[in-house]
Design a protein around this ligand. Structure first.
Ligand code: FMN
Length: 184
């Protein structure tokens, strides 16, 4: 079975909502998904990341880059980097911001370069939104392909735009498909 670790930081729960949707989709695809809060990584979490087929990185965009708490996690992996323990694993990223643009691409680029430093193989977005595919109303509404870029909803029961939640689900399915293909 494919194992996917989802390492995330979430200040007020929006990024966690995305992580939950991605994990749910991975579960539906018969993958093991493990959510890891990067502010309290345990020894078992580090071991799970080392054993995972794929690691997804999730952080809100704060001031045009990943939240500081997630950057601290990134920096804490330099020992793993020096031994290239995550090399050849799949990687992907997701972020959420208040604005449709919100400079969220900057956060995904940080995660992408971080994964490249670790020798990981990046999986981006595959969803084309409504301007081109009319039935995909609300899907990948930010038009971001480097990863999953979602926008905060004013509806606190949703937390994230409905279309972005569905995009998160589809992102999980894509990662499951890629991980299965990669592990053959
Ligand atoms: C310190 C701070 C900086 C932020 N900077 C941005 C930003 O640059 N662009 C943006 O669109 N939203 C920005 N936001 C809004 C957050 O990205 C948004 O509230 C997000 O949903 C928070 O996710 P979380 O609940 O997982 O922390 C900022 C929020 C905070 C607290």
């Amino acid at each position: 079975m494919v194992n996917v670790a989802i390492a995330y930081f979430s200040g007020r729960g929006h990024t966690l909502r995305l992580a939950d949707y991605i994990a749910g989709a991975l579960g539906d695809e018969n993958c093991n998904a493990r959510l890891i809060d990067v502010t309290q990584v345990t020894e078992m979490d580090w071991a799970a990341m080392e054993a995972a087929d794929a690691i997804l990185f999730g952080a809100p965009t704060y001031m045009g880059s990943v939240a500081a708490e997630f950057k601290m996690f990134m920096d804490s992996t330099s020992g793993i980097w020096s031994e290239q323990l995550w090399a050849d694993k799949l990687a992907g990223g997701f972020t959420v911001a208040t604005f449709p643009g919100g400079d969220k691409l900057s956060s995904l680029m940080q995660m992408n370069i971080f994964a490249a430093q670790h020798g990981m193989v990046w999986v981006g977005q595959d969803q084309i939104g409504a301007p081109v595919v009319p039935e995909n109303d609300g899907i990948n509404a930010s038009g971001v392909w480097l990863g999953l870029g979602a926008t905060t909803s004013r509806d606190k029961t949703l937390m994230v735009h409905q279309g972005d939640l569905e995009t998160a689900r589809r992102f999980g399915v894509r990662v499951a498909r890629a991980a299965r293909r990669w592990s053959v």
